[in-house]
Design a protein around this ligand. Structure first.
Ligand code: JAH
Length: 300
């Protein structure tokens, strides 16, 4: 059974290419996913097709009108049976989107994305729709976009690649960074994927790591796990704490990446030792820094 996705937006043309190409485009041709893109202005009531108005209580910008959104969603999502669709509202003040949510969305029959612009949609719309269907206000990250469209596309792509039959190579959904724990190689669970290589063997004086050409599958798996541990330590130190069943080699790699044994998650791991471990150089840069976010940007 396929997934039906409706998108409501003042920029329907925004979606043509992203939904028509690659994995999503092919899934749509096969009927594994079906799209309806709706121009919100169709439900506007005046000759100017107005969809926004000034915010009650003052403040900057404009707010999207509840009457227009209400009529659109009433028509796109039939009242009967209740709960047949899930409404997803991309917003920087939503719950964080995750791999788990993508997996749950992939099991739903119908998703409707309500893409706001300006300062967002009148708060009564989500509230009113909750009487008829599950409503998720969802954030794809702590930054403000010009509207919900790009965030909706991110979520749709993350969901589409999890649909049964969608990936050409079913196992590749699980192997990569955040691939999902079902098909994921047990040895790499909870880790970011390390670097990958293809031909030519030598390029701009740089050789592909020799172990990958060795045919020694155990050595290759170990090397990949080393690289995944080091990349995870450098880019996502928050993920190190959750790792379980670390062997001696894992602990050695993490120690060299600046994490202390047992309690792997130091809040601010020290810089790795210069060398002498027999491991290749890290080449991964500093652990992720915390970027301050202005109060103004987070107020949306
Ligand atoms: C901006 C409506 N989490 C990313 C995200 C999602 C939605 C929006 N911004 C950022 C947004 C303006 C109006 C939605």
């Amino acid at each position: 059974m396929g997934l039906r996705v409706d998108i409501v937006t003042i920029f329907p043309e925004y979606f043509a290419s992203p939904l028509g190409v690659s994995l999503i485009g092919k899934a749509a041709v096969r009927g594994d996913i079906e799209f309806g893109v709706h121009d919100l202005r169709r439900w506007a009531r005046d000759v100017h097709h107005t969809v926004d108005d000034m915010p009650f209580g003052g403040g900057p910008g404009m707010v999207m009108k509840p009457d227009v959104w209400g009529d659109a969603l009433d028509e796109i999502i039939p009242a009967e049976p209740p709960g047949a669709a899930r409404l997803v509202v991309p917003t920087p003040s939503g719950v964080p989107f995750s791999r788990d949510m993508a997996a749950r969305y992939a099991t739903e029959p119908r998703l409707v994305f309500a893409c706001g612009r300006y300062e967002g949609i009148d708060g009564r719309v989500a509230e009113a729709m909750r009487a008829r269907m599950p409503v998720d206000e969802v954030s794809i990250g702590d930054y403000v976009l010009a509207g919900g469209e790009a965030a909706a596309l991110v979520m749709i792509e993350a969901v589409a690649r999890l649909l049964p039959g969608v990936l050409g190579n079913a196992s590749s959904a699980g192997d990569d960074s955040f691939g999902g724990d079902e098909g994921l190689a047990v040895a790499m669970r909870g880790l970011l994927e390390g670097p990958v290589y293809t031909r030519p063997r030598a390029w701009r004086e740089r050789e592909v790591p020799e172990v990958l050409l060795s045919g020694n599958h155990a050595a290759i798996a170990r090397w990949r796990r080393d690289m995944a541990l080091r990349r995870t330590a450098a880019h996502r130190p928050d993920l190190i704490r959750a790792l379980r069943d670390l062997d001696r080699r894992d602990q050695q790699v993490l120690a060299e990446a600046g994490f202390t044994a047992g309690e792997q998650a130091a809040a601010h791991p020290p810089r790795p030792a210069a060398s002498g471990s027999g491991l290749p150089a890290a080449g991964e840069g500093l652990p992720a820094a915390g970027f301050p976010v202005s109060g103004e940007d987070m107020a949306h």
